[in-house]
Design a protein around this ligand. Structure first.
Ligand code: HEM
Length: 717
């Protein structure tokens, strides 16, 4: 890691807490140097251990207490440090300092997570991804605790324990881990119509991202921006990945869970270590207070998104993640996010889900982090100074001086003083509220299906196909017939075709008669029938930066082809790795030794975005290697770009890839739906260009393929 990523105010703050053993003696916690740590102190070589052994007792005591409770949700996660830069002052919208001054660099710490799985579960589970950002602003911490899906399952936080109990492994046997494909999850969904839109999202490809770096992020709730004049507007926050949002296929996700359960966290780690820093633009959708009732959805309903086509996302700044944590536990595990960590210039709306979250996070962290002083943990400390009258408690580290820890006081000169608004003192937006106490749900929240329909209609045919396949997988694991039936009924309110396609795969009938979808959205209000922004197929596809390309090499491999592809793609930011039968080197056609990055045993095509099969001259040991054949066949069925030259083309045929055009004998390069072939004498630059264009496209759906339930794509015939 370059040293210049170790700067900035938060880094300076953390520096005071870092420990390095380099060149140091082993000591006890009391600083005593230790000269033997491999044997306990015993009465005789074969005798009992003595109670006197203070070193043994200290070492074991600490070890015995290394674990803390995992997060009740979002237990599995990975995080990184970075910076946020604003593009232009937003003083007209907000008085938040970090959104006013483009010359500022605001340190951030971002934790990505899955929701349902335990801390050791696989990264690629079908699930919502948490996207929590801690902005260490000069005026205090602002946490944007969001997800990679713009809406949520429930409208009121009081349903959160019910939701999570239904989603988590079942209580009698703790099965299944990190999965919603079980009875209780779908029992709950099928009884809770407000969850249907979110269910559509988690059945879509959004729930199996290709990488944390290729996910959008959403603050979900409607918040407020408040400017220095006290004017408030409604706002939704967005993160837009510069690499675009892309997904795995379910077949890949499942295989990755076994082959590399750390897929997402290692992808993030390696990208940052290699200097390919992940970047997102920060976006806002803003509405005037007077527009609150202009839309066909209630702005306070967290199961609704604001279509970007109606309310455009303005990109206001950029976040770059540029440093991996030094210590997973100290930083990633102990970080405490909370939607209630606000700065002046940002405020809440009355979204009942947000309001409930404002209680939950501090409350849970009290148990998870073992007492009320977790704000003092280095990763949680603001870079703004902290002065208040909170005292004592478990693990207190601040040494508060002075004599009067109360307010008002005269003995400490009234300090710490209250800050007037013009000195940054937080003043709650004085929204006028009044009403009878009630446990009712607003009628305007009761249109449960129109945005589920919007999402369905906005997906491309292939995305719809994946969504159906996902429901067949998930509901296929639901043994309770009445749950499957109720769910199909719920889908029938979204779209009749959706319902019948789901029903066809899970042994139930679509209910007859006209569906009764409940409350309709109000007429005459602004809405859209389709939102192209919701389809992953409309994401940027102009870059191959950080895409992973496998070169399947064998003895006699054409060194010129390998270096042309390696150099050409690496220059465009891709990661090119040579895969051989075993580690070590391979002799090339010109007698050089080619370094093998991975043996075929340790990788699989699901870990790559594309594959190149170079020429190996006459004898090709790859043609009889089942793992190589499986590699290319799988890359084909997953719609990935495949390039082959010379004997490599013959290998594709042995692997069963259908319809490969014969490479022109004149060195012509053929490109059929991302299968790029040449006789090996062609201009390699053109091959690299075609590979680049193919990889940037992410997948090739126009192949001679058929889809089968589970999201697997198989060659026809
Ligand atoms: C829009 C809806 C929600 C979003 C986007 C969301 C997002 C998140 C994220 C990203 C985390 C992980 C934070 C981290 O990385 O440490 C998290 C944790 C958590 N969430 Fe939520 N959540 C939502 C709703 C709720 C609700 C309604 C509740 C409770 C009423 C809740 C309770 C919790 C709790 C208890 C944790 C664990 C916090 C910790 O142990 O530090 N969440 N949530």
């Amino acid at each position: 890691m370059s040293e210049n990523q170790r700067d900035g105010k938060k880094n300076d703050d953390l520096e005071a807490f870092r420990e390095s053993p380099d060149g140091q003696y082993l000591t006890s916690n009391q600083g005593l140097r230790i000269n033997h740590t491999d044997d306990s102190l015993k009465a005789g070589e074969r005798g009992p251990t003595l109670l006197e052994d203070f070193h043994f007792r200290e070492k074991i005591m600490h070890f015995d207490h290394e674990r803390i409770p995992e997060r009740v949700v979002h237990a599995r996660g990975a995080a990184a440090h970075g910076v946020f830069h604003l593009y232009e002052p937003l003083t007209d919208l907000t008085k938040a300092g970090f959104l006013n001054d483009p010359s500022r660099e605001t340190p951030v710490f971002v934790r990505f997570s899955t929701v349902v799985g335990s801390r050791g579960s696989a990264d690629t589970a079908r699930d919502v991804r948490g996207f929590a950002t801690k902005f260490y602003t000069e005026e205090g911490i602002f946490d944007l605790v969001g997800n990679n899906i713009p809406i949520f399952f429930i409208q009121d936080a009081i349903k959160f324990p019910d939701l999570v109990h239904a989603l988590k492994p079942e209580q009698h046997n703790e099965i299944p881990q990190a999965a919603t494909a079980h009875n209780t999850a779908w029992d709950f969904f099928s009884l809770l119509p407000e969850s249907t839109a979110m269910v559509m999202w988690i059945m879509s490809d959004r729930a199996i991202p290709r990488s944390f770096r290729m996910m959008e992020g959403f603050g979900i709730h409607t918040f407020r921006l408040v400017n220095a004049e006290g004017k408030s507007r409604f706002v939704k926050f967005h993160w837009k990945p510069l690499l675009g949002a892309h997904s795995l296929l379910w077949d890949e996700a499942q295989e990755l869970a076994g082959r590399n359960a750390d897929w997402h966290r290692s992808d993030l780690w390696q990208a940052i270590e290699s200097g390919a820093y992940p970047e997102w633009e920060f976006g806002i959708q803003v509405l005037e207070e007077g527009q609150e009732f202009d839309f066909a959805f209630d702005l306070l309903d967290p199961t609704k998104l604001w279509p970007e086509e109606l309310i455009p996302v303005r990109r206001i700044g950029k976040m770059t993640l540029n440093r991996n944590p030094d210590n997973y536990f100290a930083e990633t595990e102990q970080v405490a996010f909370h939607p209630g960590h606000l700065v002046s210039g940002i405020d809440f709306s009355n979204d009942p889900l947000l309001q409930g979250r404002l209680f939950s996070y501090l409350d849970t962290q009290l148990t998870r982090l073992g007492g009320p002083n977790f704000a003092e943990i280095p990763i949680n400390r603001p870079i703004a100074p902290v002065h208040n009258n909170q005292r004592d408690g478990l693990h207190r580290t601040t040494i508060n001086t002075g004599t009067a820890p109360y307010s008002p006081n005269s003995l400490s000169g009234g300090c710490p003083m209250l800050a007037p608004e013009n000195a940054g003192g937080f003043v709650t937006y004085p929204e006028h509220v009044e009403g009878p106490k009630t446990r009712a749900r607003s009628e305007s929240f009761k249109d449960y299906f129109s945005q589920a329909t919007l999402f369905w209609k906005s997906l491309s045919p292939i995305e719809q196909e994946h969504l159906i396949a996902a429901t067949h997988f998930e509901l296929g694991k639901v043994t309770a017939l009445q749950v499957r039936e109720r769910m199909v009924e719920m889908f029938s309110y979204v779209d009749p075709e959706l319902a019948s396609r789901v029903a066809a795969g899970i042994g139930v009938q679509v209910p007859s008669g006209t569906p009764q979808p409940g409350v309709q959205p109000p007429s005459g209000k602004k809405t859209v029938e389709k939102s192209p922004a919701l389809s992953l197929e409309n994401q940027p596809s102009d870059s191959i930066a950080t895409r992973r390309v496998a070169v399947l090499a064998a003895p006699g491999v054409d060194a010129g082809q390998v270096s042309a592809v390696k150099n050409g793609l690496t220059a465009k930011g891709a990661v090119v790795e040579v895969i051989g039968q075993r580690l070590g080197t391979i002799q090339t056609n010109n007698g050089q030794e080619l370094e093998v990055d991975h043996s075929g045993l340790t990788v699989s095509s699901v870990m790559y975005d594309a594959v190149f099969v170079p020429d190996t001259g006459s004898a090709d040991e790859r043609a009889s290697d089942g793992s190589v054949l499986q590699f290319v066949a799988q890359a084909y069925k997953h719609g990935k770009t495949i390039a082959a030259a010379g004997t490599g083309v013959a290998l594709l045929r042995v692997a069963g890839i259908p319809g490969i055009p014969a490479p022109g004998s004149d060195g012509h390069i053929m490109d059929d739906a991302g299968v790029i072939t040449t006789d090996g004498r062609s201009d390699m630059k053109t091959l690299v260009d075609k590979l680049t264009a193919g990889i940037a496209q992410h997948r090739h759906w126009n192949r001679n393929v058929m889809l089968v339930p589970g999201g697997v794509v198989l060659p026809v015939g």
